[in-house]
Ligand binder design. Structure first.
Ligand code: MGD
Ligand code: MGD
Ligand code: SF4
Ligand code: MO
Length: 670
């Protein structure tokens, strides 16, 4: 039998699960990336997409970027020649210095997100950009900024969620606008199945998690604030609110009275499409005992996403669902809750100018304006697939006078437009640290193999760039080993070596209660149902029972949530995943298809004033009438423009964030 070594590590993808991984290397050097059977989340199996991609594209030198490349032909032509790391960083440093001298560092922009969520590869590069004085595209504006802003008004924080171990004490788990069956597969498979709680899913789509729930409410997209008020109406009527809690720990409850009174089940049914009986049942279950509320990220990617979050966020406040077992709400659990010091990791003190920030929704306009943007770094992100105005963005990225450095593992569409391409090492190739954004755990990312070709971890790339720029600050050169020990200590561990030995650990041995002392980090210290800060920012004092207008005649509302087979745009280039994805399809209710004379498998043109793309019809009675669905983030170069070519980049009501689930389209046969 061939001798094997097994290295245990953690998946650092932008995923609720943070699975434990066992990397098995046989004597002949062959590697298998498997789910760690001893890990509490993965229990021996990765999700389908990672099981394929980590053993496919991630290990395939032909799929990966393996050396620095310098553009040798017109932009977008894909012509590059290999250069050494020294040459690459030298060219970049010279360009940056010239731009700084002529236009100031503010003309250098960087955009990044969650290609890897490990701490150093995700955070350390910020030290370089702070020192440089570069400008930054607001990372969360492509994903979840509206929800963060809304919960900030209400609770003073959006990153301090319930401890999922509380599920054993809950009478109800309400999953509102998330699809764990795709975006958190192990939560779908185990967490939601093993809880004694009744599970309620609120989602326009009857996805697998909704299908398996005790109760599924199917509101029309963008009508959730009204639904929240409908639930509050029943909670008040049935005396299921906790008046003592409201009196002691909230401000502004009475301001809600007129809207709650209006939102009786009949009104709410008309506003949302959810049957009155289901609204009453859901409120009774939610109000009947300790309840956990999971606020999905898809939910707030709506034109009124911020208001919707403020309205739904009222439910745990009205029912006193904090500081007791089985109670709470969760959007994300941030690293800071466990003790990570973001300022240590990113060193903002290195900055000597004021940071300029724009929303992802404004990226195209920014990049077209040479008086504001002369250089762009893209790292941990694939804007050419994931961002709005896809066709415009591609054209903009082709500008000869925009100096573009792309750092990635793979030759994505974004990378194809760069002047210089730098190959990043994968998470299997360096040590790092992962804090799940669901569980309150701390996990090691452990080197399991040598970097592919000349690829380097993000942090090492930015150390080399700092040296080439002539910087001397110690923070820019701090070695990974020292950072990992410091982070491990911040997170309550002895050091990183100890964490490697223990593997994933819970930050606290026993489940922790949410807001245990019932002090909320708002200006008043209470839950701000009425928020002066929100009012000063131009929002209503209390959330409104908004309902988006139904699509114009003949139009459909297009949702483009997470695909089961992709991690955002990652993995489309893996041939086995590509085969599973097949042609780009758009799902719709059979009645909507029939009304257009369309049948399953038929090629159609999907269009609106932003763009037109061709897709194939899928019939899905899991969707409400009037709603179409095309999953997000395929690679344009693997089949033509994708769903973001239909996305105008309209901002949600709060934080200039994405409202991508608010798009309307027309669909017609070709
Ligand atoms: N239509 C539509 N569009 C959407 C959404 C939607 O719901 N609908 N959702 C939005 C959301 S929520 C998000 S978060 C964004 C996500 O969009 P992106 O942030 O663009 O996510 P990915 O497409 O996965 O891109 C991450 C890139 O990072 C690379 N990467 C992985 N590890 C590393 C590393 O260690 N170093 C470097 N340098 N690169 C690495 C990957 O190869 C990948 O190319 O998409 C948004 N776009
Ligand atoms: N497999 C896989 N997993 C992923 C990702 C991926 O791309 N693929 N992406 C990761 C990232 S970056 C993120 S942000 C998370 C996102 O994961 P989720 O938080 O689950 O968000 P989405 O997948 O965008 O959308 C979730 C659900 O929101 C619903 N929704 C849309 N509009 C509304 C509405 O108006 N009301 C209600 N009630 N529901 C609505 C959609 O129908 C969808 O089922 O997943 C992460 N995990
Ligand atoms: S992407 Fe999520 S489900 Fe898949 S292996 Fe990674 S952590 Fe697990
Ligand atoms: Mo996201």
């Amino acid at each position: 039998m061939t001798q094997k070594t097994i290295i245990k590590t953690t998946c650092p993808r932008d995923c609720y699960d943070a699975c434990g991984i066992a990397v098995v290397t046989s004597e002949d050097g062959r590697i298998k990336v498997l789910g760690d059977p001893d890990h509490a989340v993965s229990r021996g199996a990765l999700c389908g997409k990672c099981a394929i991609a980590y053993n496919g594209a991630y290990l395939d030198p032909k799929a990966r970027l393996t050396q620095p490349l310098l553009r040798s032909g017109p932009k977008g032509s894909g012509q590059y020649r290999p250069v050494s790391w020294d040459e690459a960083v030298q060219i970049i440093a010279e360009q940056l210095q010239q731009i700084v001298a002529e236009s100031g560092p503010e003309a250098i922009w960087h955009t990044h997100y969650t290609g890897t969520c490990s701490a150093i590869a995700g955070g350390f590069p910020q030290r370089f950009f702070h020192k440089l004085g570069a400008s930054e595209v607001d990372p969360d504006s492509i994903c979840n900024a509206a929800g963060h802003a809304a919960l900030g008004y209400l609770y003073g924080t959006s990153s301090d969620g319930f401890d999922p171990r509380m599920a054993k004490d809950a009478a109800c788990i309400m999953v509102w606008g998330a699809n764990p069956s795709a975006s958190a597969p192990h939560r779908h498979k185990y967490w939601l199945k093993e809880t004694p709680a009744k599970v309620i899913v609120i989602d326009p789509v009857r996805h697998e998690t909704a299908d398996q729930a005790d109760l599924h409410l199917q509101p029309f997209p963008g009508s959730d604030a009204a639904l929240a008020y409908g639930l509050l109406h029943v909670l008040v009527r049935e005396k299921l609110i906790d008046q003592a809690f409201i009196d002691a720990h909230t401000i502004g409850w009475d301001e809600l009275a007129p809207t709650i009174a209006k939102a009786d089940p009949a009104w709410t049914e008309a506003a949302t499409g959810v049957p009155a009986a289901d609204i009453i049942e859901a409120a009774k279950i939610y109000g009947g005992g300790p309840a956990l509320l999971w606020l999905g990220q898809g939910l707030q990617r709506q034109p009124m996403g911020g208001n919707i979050f403020r309205a739904i966020g009222l439910l745990p406040a009205a029912t006193g669902n904090f500081a007791k077992p089985g109670a709470g709400l969760l959007y994300l659990n941030g690293g800071a809750k466990r003790g990570t010091d973001g300022d240590y990791l990113e060193a903002p003190h290195l900055r000597s100018n004021e940071r300029q920030v724009v929303s992802h929704m404004d990226l195209v306009d920014l990049l077209r304006d040479r008086s504001r943007a002369r250089a762009l770094f893209t790292w941990n992100i694939n804007i050419a697939a994931s961002n709005p105005r896809q066709a415009d963005l591609r054209e903009t990225l082709n500008s000869d006078d925009l100096f573009h450095v792309a750092i990635d593992l793979f030759p994505t569409d974004t990378v194809d437009h760069a002047d210089i391409i730098l190959p990043a090492a994968s998470f299997l190739e360096f040590d790092d640290l992962v804090t799940s954004y669901f569980d309150l755990t701390v996990s090691p990312q452990v080197t399991a193999k040598a970097p592919m070709g000349e690829a380097l971890p993000n942090q090492e790339i930015f150390r080399r760039l700092a040296k080439a720029m002539g910087y001397a600050d110690a923070e820019l050169f701090e070695p990974d080993s020292a950072i990992l020990d410091n982070l491990a200590r911040q997170l309550g561990q002895k050091d990183f070596t100890a964490l490697k030995v223990s593997g994933t650990v819970q930050r606290w041995a026993q489940p922790v209660m949410q807001f245990p002392d019932l002090k909320f980090p708002t200006p008043s210290g209470k839950i701000e149902i009425a928020s002066r800060a929100a009012e000063e920012a131009g929002f209503p004092l209390v959330p409104a029972a908004t309902v988006d207008a139904r699509p114009a005649k003949g139009h459909l509302r297009l949702l483009s949530p997470a695909s089961k087979w992709l991690m955002n745009s990652s993995y489309h280039n893996d041939p086995k995943i590509g085969a599973k994805l097949g042609l780009q399809n758009v799902a719709m209710h059979p009645d909507d298809a029939a009304a257009r004379g369309l049948t399953a498998g038929q090629p159609v043109r999907v269009s609106n004033s932003t763009g037109t793309i061709d897709m194939v019809v899928e019939l899905a009675d899991t969707l409400p009438r009037g709603v179409a669905l095309a999953a997000k983030s395929r690679w344009p170069k693997l089949g033509g423009l994708t769903v973001n070519a239909l996305n105008p980049g309209t901002k949600s009501d709060m934080a200039e964030s994405s409202s991508v689930h608010g798009i309307e389209v027309e669909i017609a046969s070709i």
